[in-house]
Design a protein around this ligand. Structure first.
Ligand code: MLT
Length: 245
């Protein structure tokens, strides 16, 4: 198994796809997606276009759908939710499909939606992702950060490092044996440096600061937690993620 880290969707190769693609958007899309499914949500359906989200969800029974729209970290007016995992409690999401569009995370998912296997990772469900990788041993794995409008994000790369670090801990493999590119090694180093203060790292992150400016302190605290959700969001058909059991 070789793991490749790409800091943004734009940096992924365009002439091939991996056996397993893992999309990461710690702040906050893939944290929210894990929380929705862990809270009993029926599925998460992702859109890069807000109008298409609205049109598509129109055919869904009102009592069985929620529309989540986020741009620039803020909730889009007229949508049921923004993109805070804290809103995704069982009372609100149980049995419902979350139709969601965010600034970067949903775009990253679309970039690799044709991969054989597409799963999402955040710090909150890191261990569920690692368990899947160790059990299934995909040959080529891409860990794709969502970044911010094409730029690097600390939080997504530290999550990639958290995944790789756990694989090294649970096997007798060396970093060199699992690294598909230099970015994997740097991600392990970043996680090694911050593993005991992930909230501190999120406070340094540019998008973390953006969210703090929107009074989303509690979101950062939630997103910084590791392995609290034993849930693996997996694409079942293009753009539709459900819990993989
Ligand atoms: C993104 O897609 O860039 C993020 O999830 C935005 C956010 O909700 O903080």
């Amino acid at each position: 198994m070789k793991l490749f880290v790409y800091h943004t969707p734009e940096l992924t190769p365009t002439d091939c796809l991996p056996e397993c693609a893992i999309v990461v958007d710690v702040l906050r899309a893939t944290t929210t997606m894990a929380k929705v499914l862990a809270s009993g949500g029926e599925a998460v359906q992702v859109f890069s276009d807000l109008d298409l989200l609205t049109q598509t969800s129109e055919s869904w029974p009102v009592e069985k759908r929620l529309r989540a729209g986020e741009r620039g970290g803020a909730k889009v007016p007229g949508f049921d939710l923004g993109n805070s995992p804290l809103d995704c409690i069982p009372d609100k999401v149980q049995g419902k499909r979350l139709f969601i569009s965010t600034t970067n995370g949903t775009r990253a998912l679309q970039r690799v939606e044709n991969a054989k296997v597409l799963i999402t990772a955040a710090l909150v469900n890191r261990n569920a992702v690692v368990k899947y990788l160790l059990q299934n041993q995909p040959e080529i794995v891409w860990i794709v950060g969502s970044g911010w409008e094409g730029t690097f994000s600390l939080e997504d790369t530290v999550c990639a490092g958290a995944i790789a670090h756990s694989i090294l801990q649970q096997t007798n493999l060396s970093a060199n044996e699992i690294a598909g590119n230099d970015e994997l090694i740097s991600a392990i180093a970043l996680y090694g440096q911050w593993q005991n203060d992930l909230l501190g790292l999120l406070h340094h992150a540019s998008h973390g600061k953006r969210l703090l400016g929107l009074n989303s302190h509690e979101d950062l605290k939630y997103c910084a937690q590791t392995d609290i959700l034993d849930i693996l969001p997996m694409q079942q058909e293009p753009g539709i993620l459900q819990s993989h059991t």
